[in-house]
Design a protein around this ligand. Sequence first.
Ligand SMILES: [Fe+2]
Length: 272
Amino acid sequence: MAGQPAGKVLRIVQITDTHLYGKPDARLLELNTRESLDRVLDLVSEREATFELVLATGDIAQDASEEAYHHFADAIQRFGRPFYWIPGNHDRASVMRRLERHSAALEKRIRLGNWQILMLDSSVPGEVHGRLKSSELEWLEQMLVEADADETVQHSLVCLHHNPHPGTADWMQGIGLHEAERLLEVLDRHTSVRAVLYGHIHQELDFEHNGIRYLCSPSTCIQFKPGVTDFTLDDRAPAYRWLELGADGTIESAVERVPDYDLEVDFNSEGY
Ligand SMILES: [Fe+2]
């Protein structure tokens, strides 16, 4: 079964919405995003004895600078594990594509045991909301059709930046994945899809829809408060998510937050 012993659990780490800047001292709503990422990575070092890889689900950079992407890669190099990234609304896919040093991180399909991890680009240049191009949806369909016919691929984890279900606050309603029903139709047609993993709305969510698990994860920097009308920051600490993919298709997962974090952030801000 694709090189993994049957029954082996595959542990992976998701890091999302790091919002890094090229300049080391730059701050997002008064928070230094390099520092908060370092705190999260320290926690990963402490809690994760072994894991296979890192999935970075977008908004890697706040300023789309090459330096910010290099910084991310340098910072997680300490784990000696491969990482894979997809662009968010603050990223620039064209910049990510020209970084030859990190070309392996752009891999869209990752095979792991009897799982495949599919990385979708939902970014729309110049827009906060997301949308999947037809070519992206066709590729997803093709990967899922191939999995249906390939007995070594039994489970699929689909990753994108934008939330495919409406956000949990009024102000978020327009900024999620537009035409999300086109994605859900594809996912619902194939039996190997176990979960969809994303970021973008900077909070922890874990729910099921049509038998598929949807996991949204907090940012490594600022958090957005759920259930409010206008843009409001949450006072919760930076975090990462771990997932354990079972050979039987089960997923164990939890969010780990930096303990005793002294959050220095502008709670009066009206946007980011
Ligand atoms: Fe973000």
